[in-house]
Design a protein around this ligand. Structure first.
Ligand SMILES: [Zn+2]
Length: 150
């Protein structure tokens, strides 16, 4: 049985600060709050959920700031954005910190839970398929929509 995959090499907040500086981004208080939220999240929150968590830390943060900040952090490659397609998940994009370790997602339809998983065999197959066609695999995106087996 495949195991849930726990991302182990996610950047820490201080790594993220360094990355922001390298990318020429000023690390404002609001940006660090949002980075901190994503660093400690495992549930791929959407904008509204990030906003809800952000106002708990600083009530002056506006949803417009959260939208803008997530957009900027995604643009510079610090965040991955996912558009999971299913009615139970709503239509908003979900965010997580980018990681060098590529992983896939299992979406549990009853609960809307999004679980990270990684399968090295599958990754090798996909790389081999791309290579066979004369390409280099740059990115992967696999979403398994599952239902509880009872
Ligand atoms: Zn993920």
């Amino acid at each position: 049985m495949k195991q849930h995959y726990k991302i182990t090499n996610k950047a820490t907040l201080s790594d993220l600060e360094t990355i922001c500086v390298k990318k020429g981004l000023k690390l404002t208080v609001q940006r660090s709050i949002i980075l901190d939220i994503l660093e400690t999240s495992t549930d791929h929150p959407d904008v509204e959920e990030v906003y809800r968590r952000a106002v708990e830390k600083d009530c002056r943060i506006s949803i417009a700031t959260v939208y803008r900040t997530l957009g900027i952090l995604h643009e510079v490659g610090i965040l991955d954005r996912h558009d999971f397609k299913h009615d139970t998940l709503g239509s908003r994009s979900r965010y997580e910190l980018s990681s060098d370790e590529k992983h896939d997602h299992i979406i549990v339809l009853e609960t809307g839970n999004i679980i990270d998983f990684k399968d090295d065999d599958l990754n090798r197959l996909r790389e081999a398929a791309a290579k066979e066609m004369g390409f280099k695999l740059v990115d992967i995106k696999l979403e398994l929509y599952v239902s509880r087996n009872d």
